[in-house]
Design a protein around this ligand. Structure first.
Ligand SMILES: NC(=O)c1ccc[n+]([C@@H]2O[C@H](COP(=O)([O-])OP(=O)(O)OC[C@H]3O[C@@H](n4cnc5c(N)ncnc54)[C@H](OP(=O)(O)O)[C@@H]3O)[C@@H](O)[C@H]2O)c1
Length: 283
């Protein structure tokens, strides 16, 4: 499959299993399956095609694993309700932090405690750009490097304008804090206007800019000055998320927040979790 994708650009061109032009909605009717795994490209305008695929799967009482932030950022509360109503499981571990188990870590932090604030560097591309600007590069050069290294989304404006961070923040707000938010509830400012002058001034004061997503009483994404020794002051393409709890302090998880291999691990993690839950129900 991977060879076919690399050679021909689409797995639908696989000699044995490929079906070019096949419609996913037809496949959902045709196949005898238990789970839909969705890794379609992110669209933050209307969530398509993923939104329709996920909806149809849930209505057809299929479990769903998705790594696509689009439909989650726009309609997570409704999709969760639908999954609950149809008594099926909707999992999306890879949608925040790629392979980094951010949602699972948060659940552990909240066990016997309460998370009151989430803050994080949730987008590796913008963090890479800011870090390279600190190294002396201009914004455009740093962006080109991020694209060459494969960090940027297909449409890098999603990263730069803060929308990717906002989408992940919405997912965390719903899943961890129980806030029924969507993308329209987030105040968003990206890094497109962040200048090297501002970055250098911060460095002179022992601080650094990071594109921070924050949720407590509200949801906000903006370039924020933090101390260089702050655990969120990670460099290059890393992600870091801090969870402030009511009683057990601040817990931080950090690591590589993207990558195909890492995100595929998150999909496997969700599939294993679904299987475990189904076995528990049978017992
Ligand atoms: N890569 C990462 O590091 C990462 C991390 C976390 C989350 N994600 C999310 O994972 C998703 C996929 O990312 P990617 O980097 O793997 O992108 P990608 O390489 O562009 O893969 C997209 C896949 O979606 C398929 N596809 C495109 N349009 C479709 C349609 N209308 N119906 C059905 N399938 C369609 C493509 O099929 P063909 O094979 O035919 O082209 C391809 O297999 C995105 O939502 C992204 O935000 C990615």
């Amino acid at each position: 499959m991977i060879k076919t994708k690399k050679r021909n650009g689409s797995i639908s061109l696989h000699a044995e299993y490929g079906r070019p032009g096949v419609n996913v909605l037809d496949l959902l009717d045709e196949l005898d399956i238990d789970v839909l795994v969705d890794a379609t490209p992110t669209n933050l305008i209307d969530g398509e095609p993923s939104y329709t695929y996920i909806r149809k799967a849930l209505v057809s009482r299929l479990h769903v694993v998705t790594v696509n932030k689009g439909p989650l950022a726009l309609a997570l509360p409704a999709l969760k309700e639908l999954a609950q109503h149809k008594d099926v499981i909707l999992k999306f571990s890879g949608s925040v932090g790629g392979g980094l188990p951010v949602i699972e870590f948060a659940r552990q932090c909240a066990r016997g405690d309460k998370i009151v604030k989430i803050e994080g560097v949730l987008n590796g591309t913008t963090n890479y750009i800011i870090s390279r600007m600190e190294d002396g590069l201009e914004f455009d050069v740093a962006l080109r490097e991020a694209k060459e290294k494969g960090y940027a989304e297909k449409d890098p404006s999603l990263d730069i304008k803060g929308l990717d961070t906002a989408a992940k923040l919405v997912i965390l707000a719903n899943e961890i804090l129980g806030i029924k938010a969507t993308l329209i509830n987030v105040s968003i400012k990206g890094i497109e206007k962040l200048s090297r002058k501002e970055i250098n001034e911060a460095i002179r004061d022992g601080e650094t800019y990071r594109l921070i997503g924050r949720v407590d009483s509200g949801l906000e994404v903006k370039p924020t000055r933090i101390r260089r020794e702050d655990p969120l002051a990670i460099r290059y393409s890393m992600n870091a998320v801090s969870f402030t709890t009511m009683n057990s302090g601040v817990h931080v998880i950090l690591g590589r927040g993207a990558g195909g291999r890492e995100t595929a691990t998150a999909i496997l993690r969700d599939l294993i979790e679904i299987k475990k839950k189904l076995i528990e129900v049978k017992i």
